[in-house]
Ligand binder design. Structure first.
Ligand code: SF4
Length: 172
């Protein structure tokens, strides 16, 4: 399919949230950032500041859209605390690889999971590209919605920064 990347490109974190919860994606986009002081978010920031300290090409920001932890010769590296959100992590990294490909740069990727001391290797396939294009179109539609998608009970809701907001009625 013809795909206008400029029209649909978005921040990496939004691709990640799309695969976690579409409501979370919408709330985050609207600046409802309960996340600032949330423990897990702070943990993530500290982890990023303290990892890959010896790498030269660290925290590379492209177009104010994607921030890559490390860019090495033939691959990019991301660091995460644990693999609890492995699929969203992989999709975010695949999106980075897709984004770089639009800029004429071809790379592979790795995710370093610190807690489990595990490295996951990621390579962009044609199928992944199709999936990313579909996700980007869907993300744009979700972000144009006037109201957030309904609360969907997910196994990780209790650990989400928006939990109290989403479940306020039930908490009262
Ligand atoms: S609490 Fe659950 S429904 Fe609400 S944004 Fe978080 S993951 Fe989504």
């Amino acid at each position: 399919m013809d795909f206008d990347f400029e029209k649909y490109k978005t921040q990496g974190i939004k691709v990640n949230y799309y695969y976690i919860c579409k409501r979370k994606l919408w709330l985050f986009d609207k600046g409802m950032s309960f996340e600032k002081n949330f423990d897990r978010v702070l943990q993530g920031k500290i982890l990023h500041e303290n990892t890959f300290q010896r790498e030269k090409h660290k925290d590379l920001l492209i177009d104010d859209m994607i921030k890559i932890d490390v860019v090495a010769d033939d691959h990019i590296k991301e660091v995460k605390i644990s693999s609890k959100m492995k699929n969203p992590d992989i999709m975010q990294l695949l999106y980075y690889l897709f984004y770089l490909k639009q800029l004429g740069i071809s790379k592979k990727g790795t995710i370093n999971y610190v807690k489990e001391k595990k490295v996951v290797e990621v390579e962009l396939t044609e199928e992944d590209e199709k999936e990313i294009k579909t996700a980007l179109i869907d993300i744009k539609e979700i972000l144009m919605m006037k109201k957030p998608p309904e609360v969907k009970k997910l196994p990780y809701c209790k650990k989400c920064a928006y939990y109290e907001y989403c479940y306020a009625k039930e908490v009262d």
